[in-house]
Design a protein around this ligand. Structure first.
Ligand SMILES: Nc1ncnc2c1ncn2[C@@H]1O[C@H](COP(=O)(O)OP(=O)(O)O)[C@@H](O)[C@H]1O
Ligand SMILES: [Mg+2]
Length: 371
C-alpha cells in the first residue's frame, strides 16, 4: 500500500483537518451571486500552516461549481501574467476553435513588450481581458487566485484590486482569493489602495487542534487500509503541535516505520527523524539569509527557552542575554516577525513561529562532531 501521507509543500492532504468552515463559506458566497462580500478571501499564516492547499481547495470548490480558475503568483509579475497569459489561455481553452489570434500569445515570448506597458495602460487591459473571458461563460464565473501575495509588487496588486472592483461594480461573476505570510499580508492591507482588500474575508490560519490532528492521522491511515492505533495517533499529534506540515511528516515516517498497524513504538522511533527533517526542509531554508544581528537574537531566544522551559520569551530576558537595552531590540524583533521566524506573544513577549525552531538553533550551536 502506498504511503498516504503527503509531507510536501503545496501537496493537498488526503484527509482535511479543521478548515471546513472556510470552504463552506466560500461555497455559499459563490452560490449567492455577485456582490457577496465573501467572494474575496485572504488567507494568511505561517509557513507550513496550509495556505497553499487551502487556496487549491477553494479553486476546486469553484471548479465544482463550473467556474474558471485563473492563477497567479505574487512572485512573478501578476498583473502581466494574468493579462498576457493566464486569462488568454483560459479563453483559448474555452474556445479552442476560434482562429482569432490573441495578442497575449503573440507577444508572450518577446522581451521588451512588458516594459512598454505603463501601469495605467494595463489596468484597463486586465479589465478588458476579464470581460472577454466572462463573456464566454454562461451562469458561472471567474476565480482569480494569487499565492505568495506577501511578495507581490504593491502597484500590481493595486491594478488587480482596481480591475476587480470595476467588475464587482458591474455585477460580474468574479471572485478573488489570495494567500500569503501573515506579516506581509498585513502590510498589504495597510496600503492606501487596498481599501477593498480590507473588506475581504480574512482568515488567519493557526495550528490544528490536537484532536483534529489526531483524527487526521487516524483517518488518513485508515482510509489507506492501515490502523493507526489511538494512543500512537495521540502521541504523534502531540509531537506535531498541530502544525499541518508535521502532521503529514510524522504520519509519513510512522507509516514507513511500522510493518502493520502503526503503534506507539513506531511513532516514538521516528520522532527524532521527523524533527530533523523539519529542520532541513523548513528551518534551514528560512534561516539562510538571516543577518548576524537577527541570528544573535534568535540564538538568545533559543537559549532562554531552554533555560526557562517557556516558549514565550520576554524582551527583558532578551535584553539581559544580549547585553543591550531592550528598547534597542525592537527593530530586530520587527524584522524577524516580518520573516515569519517569530511571532508576538502577549505583552512584550515573543515566541518562535514554527515548532522546534529553538531546538534546531540550539543544535546548530553545538560543535559538530566530524568522524
Ligand atoms: N488542513 C490540513 N489537514 C491536513 N494536512 C494539511 C492541512 N493543511 C495543510 N496540510 C499539509 O501541510 C503541508 C503544508 O501545506 P501548505 O499549504 O503547502 O503550507 P503553506 O502554503 O502555508 O506553507 C502539506 O504537506 C499539506 O498537505
Ligand atoms: Mg504555500
Amino acid at each position: 500500500m502506498p504511503n498516504p501521507f503527503r509531507p510536501t509543500f503545496g501537496a493537498s492532504p488526503r484527509v482535511w483537518a479543521g478548515r471546513e468552515a472556510v470552504i463552506d463559506e466560500f461555497h455559499r458566497a459563490l452560490k449567492n451571486g455577485p456582490g457577496d462580500p465573501h467572494r474575496s478571501v485572504i488567507i494568511s499564516g505561517s509557513r507550513g500552516i496550509g495556505k497553499t492547499v487551502l487556496l487549491t481547495e477553494l479553486e476546486d470548490e469553484a471548479k465544482r461549481q463550473g467556474w474558471i480558475v485563473v492563477r497567479a503568483s505574487g512572485r512573478e509579475g501578476m498583473a502581466e501574467t494574468l493579462t498576457n497569459s493566464a486569462i488568454p489561455e483560459a479563453i483559448e481553452r474555452l474556445d479552442p476553435e476560434s482562429d482569432r489570434k490573441l495578442t497575449g500569445f503573440n507577444i508572450a515570448g518577446l522581451g521588451g513588450v512588458r516594459s512598454e506597458l505603463t501601469e495605467k495602460d494595463s489596468t484597463p487591459r486586465l479589465v478588458t481581458r476579464l470581460h472577454e473571458l466572462l463573456g464566454k461563460l454562461h451562469g458561472t464565473g471567474v476565480l482569480l487566485t494569487i499565492d505568495e501575495v506577501q511578495d507581490a509588487n504593491p502597484d500590481e496588486l493595486t491594478q488587480i484590486a482596481v480591475a476587480y472592483q470595476d467588475l464587482v461594480r458591474d455585477d460580474a461573476e468574479i471572485a478573488l482569493a489570495m494567500a500569503g505570510l501573515t506579516q506581509g499580508v498585513n502590510k498589504l492591507l495597510d496600503l492606501p489602495g487596498a481599501t477593498f482588500l480590507r473588506r475581504a474575508r480574512h482568515y488567519e490560519l493557526g495550528p490544528l487542534t490536537l484532536d483534529s490532528a489526531t483524527t487526521t492521522l487516524l483517518q488518513t491511515a485508515g482510509d489507506a487500509g492501515r490502523v493507526f492505533e489511538l494512543d500512537a495517533a495521540q502521541a504523534a499529534s502531540r509531537i506535531t503541535q498541530g502544525y499541518p506540515y508535521l502532521v503529514q511528516l510524522v504520519g509519513y515516517l510512522a507509516w514507513e516505520e511500522a510493518d502493520g498497524p502503526i503503534t506507539l513504538d513506531a511513532v516514538e522511533a521516528v520522532r527524532g527523524e521527523a524533527i530533523a527533517r523539519l529542520g532541513t526542509q523548513v528551518h534551514q531554508p528560512s534561516l539562510r539569509d538571516v543577518p548576524p544581528r537577527q541570528r544573535e537574537y534568535l540564538d538568545a531566544m533559543a537559549h532562554i527557552e531552554a533555560q526557562t522551559g517557556r516558549a514565550q520569551i520576554t524582551s527583558k530576558d532578551l535584553g539581559v542575554a544580549l547585553d543591550r537595552p531592550s528598547t534597542s531590540l525592537s527593530d530586530t524583533r520587527g524584522k524577524l516577525i516580518e520573516r515569519d521566524l517569530i511571532v508576538p506573544a502577549g505583552w512584550g513577549e515573543v515566541e518562535f513561529a514554527q515548532p522546534y525552531l529553538g531546538e534546531y538553533l540550539r543544535n546548530q550551536q553545538k560543535p559538530r562532531r566530524i568522524s
